[in-house]
Design a binder for this molecule. Structure first.
Ligand SMILES: [Fe+2]
Length: 175
């Protein structure tokens, strides 16, 4: 991306801004970052438990913040549209299963033989979430919400993350 692209995007006049894509780009970036953290967990050796814990804490916080933002702003807008409703309900279910799986780590020691298989299952759930959204949900979101509504959702989303949006009340502080 060039500096011109950045300026056009900031002004909301670029092609991608015009299609409401910055919000979806932000979510795609979250997806890549979370999957990268899983890769880094998988690379940890047996003697790197502190590093594994630190990476897993970032995964937990990142997934939680990502899900909360999607549910609070994107899904509530999308579920009003019949075309998107089935995909949104499926997405909620995936969030629930992934959140349940994350909760199961609390009673599990890092050196327990079940820890890594459990982390692999969580990664697979996140991969299904990513595939469902990027292949199916995002194209529908672009179609049914339109540019203006997507930009409005993006403003709330970014506001929550920067701590400047009143909608952030009740959410964890951005890390
Ligand atoms: Fe997502």
């Amino acid at each position: 991306m060039t500096a011109g692209d950045d300026a056009a995007r900031a002004a909301g006049t670029g092609d991608s801004a015009g299609r409401g894509e910055p919000l979806l780009d932000l979510l795609r970036r979250d997806h890549r970052e979370i999957l990268d953290l899983f890769d880094r967990v998988a690379e940890c050796g047996k003697g790197e438990l502190d590093k594994m814990l630190s990476l897993f804490n970032r995964i937990e916080e990142g997934v939680q913040r990502h899900f909360e933002g999607e549910e609070r702003f994107l899904y509530t807008a999308l579920e009003q549209h019949e075309e998107a409703r089935g995909l949104v309900l499926e997405s909620y279910e995936l969030h629930r299963v992934a959140t349940f799986t994350i909760g199961g780590f609390k009673a599990l020691a890092l050196d327990d033989e079940r820890w890594r298989p459990k982390a692999l299952v969580l990664r697979r759930l996140v991969e299904v979430h990513v595939e469902l959204q990027e292949k199916d949900l995002f194209p529908v979101a672009l179609r049914v919400l339109g540019e203006e509504q997507l930009r409005g959702i993006e403003a709330h989303f970014v506001g929550v993350r920067s701590g400047s949006d009143p909608h952030r009340a009740g959410l964890d502080a951005p890390k």
